[in-house]
Write a protein that binds this ligand. Structure first.
Ligand SMILES: [Zn+2]
Length: 389
């Protein structure tokens, strides 16, 4: 009988078992609801801080003249306060829930320590960024949103450049892959793709998460591929090759640059929309401050995060296209459709593999595992020969 890609796909997905599929479904759909609840939480926190008036008092104390300092301190104070007020929600969403689904084994103390570090970094970076935004508002007047969109693109590119060098090592240990069969395979794969072998790392992703995962981060000279130790522990050599082939695809196709460009365009649009709708939202939250006043930063940042959620179907669709390209890259260069599929099935534990198409279009940043395995099986149907290497 001829090879049937559809039946082969169904076998892969069904191999998870009904109980695991149900659990993955609950976890994934629950995650979508959390996104929506997150907006409600953020609206409440914004409202509480605006009504409290603490930023207005801080603003008065710093005075009119020291404008950059004021932008920095008021924005920084807001991020810090909202992080603290949101902490119970963060613990529920990012720690307790992950643990209860078996997605994480991180002790609470370690989670909190890392959350504090992340909060310190994001407070500092956001406050510095807001100095730039308020400066542009003073200098460019009504067109501030245009300039701020550009600034957001540059800021993101800078963070991307520095992340693998400065930020990520604060949270995880990145090491060369230990000598052996796996390392030899990865070095030769990297060589064929024109990537220096020392750009492929293993990191202790198991510290935060039990997810089978790998990623590309950095841009230009800082770009690199990192594979979680979870993937090393739970994968065959062929699976590691197939997954690394996918990540090398992201790297070689320079996907991060496209993502930065899309983000800059969206940021421009988001700032424009925030500018238009600001007065209405400011009134609703209860502040008389204008958009250019740092004491209204809670309203401005709430609008930006609200629109970012509303724009997520666009971002997700873009991301799904890149993921499909990376899968094809792996198939083309490694030709291991079965290893790619069995590796993908492991990621279905945290991304329900059979979503309905609307749910996939709106919420999924990767194509569903069913769709990806089906692509691999169709590839197999026309490329039946086993890999030469
Ligand atoms: Zn990917």
């Amino acid at each position: 009988m001829a090879f049937d890609p559809k039946a082969a796909t169904a076998r892969y997905i069904d191999s998870l078992g009904a109980a695991n599929l149900d659990k993955a479904h609950d976890y994934t759909v629950g995650g979508h609801w959390l996104l929506l609840w997150g907006i409600v939480v953020s609206a409440i926190v914004t409202w509480v801080i605006v009504r409290w008036g603490i930023l207005d008092r801080l603003d008065r104390r710093i005075g009119e003249r020291r404008r950059n300092l004021r932008a920095f301190l008021v924005s920084g104070a807001f991020i810090l306060l909202s992080t603290v007020i949101t902490l119970p929600w963060t613990i529920y969403e990012s720690w307790w829930r992950e643990k209860s689904y078996g997605r994480s084994s991180q002790p609470l103390a370690d989670f909190l320590g890392q959350a504090a570090l992340a909060a310190a970094i994001s407070t500092l970076l956001t406050a510095v960024f807001m100095i730039g935004v308020y400066w542009l508002m003073r200098r460019t007047g009504k067109r501030w949103w245009l300039w701020s969109g550009g600034l957001a693109g540059i800021a993101l590119a800078a963070v991307m450049l520095l992340a693998p060098i400065l930020i990520e090592p604060m949270f995880n240990k990145y090491e060369p892959v230990p000598p052996g069969q796996v390392r030899d395979a990865l070095v030769s794969m990297a060589g064929r793709a024109g990537i220096p072998p020392n750009k492929i790392y293993m990191y202790n992703g198991s510290r935060q998460s039990n997810n089978f995962t790998a990623n590309v981060s950095g841009i230009g000279s800082s770009a690199r591929v990192a594979i979680s130790d979870v993937a090393f522990k739970n994968a065959s050599l062929d699976e590691v090759r197939a997954v690394t082939g996918h990540e090398i695809g992201h790297y070689v196709l320079k996907h991060i640059w496209y993502a930065v460009a899309l983000f800059a365009i969206l940021a421009l649009f988001l700032f424009w929309l925030a500018d238009r709708l600001f007065p209405r939202f400011a009134r609703a939250f209860g502040t008389d401050a204008g958009v250019a006043e740092p004491r209204a930063v809670p309203v401005l940042l709430f609008l930006v995060s609200l629109f970012a959620i509303l724009a997520s179907p666009i971002i997700n669709t873009f991301s799904r296209m890149q993921e499909a390209q990376a899968d094809l890259y792996s198939l083309r260069t490694e030709n291991r459709p079965d290893a790619l599929s069995s590796a993908l099935v492991k990621t279905a534990e945290y991304r329900y593999p059979r979503p309905d198409p609307v749910e996939e279009a709106v919420f999924y940043d990767h194509p569903s595992v069913e769709r990806r395995v089906h692509t691999a099986m169709e590839w197999k149907a026309i490329h039946p020969d086993p890999p030469a290497r």
